[in-house]
Design a protein around this ligand. Structure first.
Ligand code: XMP
Ligand code: MG
Length: 184
């Protein structure tokens, strides 16, 4: 594996395709065990999670459903500010065991604000499965039930994750290369 260029930046190899597939398989095994007989509904958050979702989902050994959502936030009518909603949630979620699938949890803002919207539909349970987590960056309280890899607070691309639209189409995950330091 060599470094890659995405737009104006250089990225270096970080997680190999084998590391990723082993870890995703382990997550799928754990979810299959935990959700036996519960017929969970996986809600994959677009765009970044599509690759993780496809790989994880096909490795589940239990009955499960999947649906794809896009989280959108807009300024609400009231002074309470941002309303976080999702496009693609036509299904009835009441009584369902929901597993949200994310590519990466960074500050935690997106999911922290979206979960109350989900709760309004009275699902039986809500769990979060994220491929990557940046613990140093997470400031919004969230309980993450399944984490693929905890990674340093550095920008990554590949395996569905993008830098300004590009870089999603790699089996590997790449990390932003350190800026060259100027020797004094
Ligand atoms: P929050 O802060 O809401 O952010 O947890 C989650 C969203 O931020 C994007 N994000 C990244 N995307 N490489 C990416 O390609 C990264 O290193 C990265 N960090 C955050 C991403 O869209 C995620 O859903
Ligand atoms: Mg995302």
């Amino acid at each position: 594996m060599e470094h890659i260029r995405v737009h104006d930046k250089t990225f270096v190899p970080f997680l190999t395709a084998n590391q990723i597939s082993d870890r995703v398989a382990a997550m799928a095994a754990q979810i299959s065990k935990d959700y036996q007989g519960k017929r969970p509904l996986l809600l994959a958050v677009l765009n970044g999670s599509f690759m993780f979702a496809a790989d994880l989902f096909r490795l589940l050994t239990i009955e499960a459903e999947i649906s794809f959502i896009k989280i959108a936030s807009y300024q609400g009518m009231r002074s309470s500010g941002k309303v976080v909603t999702a496009i693609g949630m036509e299904q009835d979620l009441s009584g369902r065991a929901i597993i949200l699938l994310e590519d990466i949890v960074d500050t935690g803002k997106t999911l922290h604000h979206f979960i109350p919207t989900l709760q309004q539909q009275h699902p039986a349970s809500i769990a979060i499965a994220t491929f990557l987590h940046k613990p140093e960056a997470t400031v919004f309280p969230l309980s993450l039930d399944y984490v693929g890899f905890s990674i340093p607070n550095r920008f990554v691309v590949g395996y569905g994750l993008d830098y300004d639209g590009l870089g999603r189409n790699h089996y590997q995950v790449y990390q932003l290369a350190a800026e060259p330091t100027i020797e004094s």
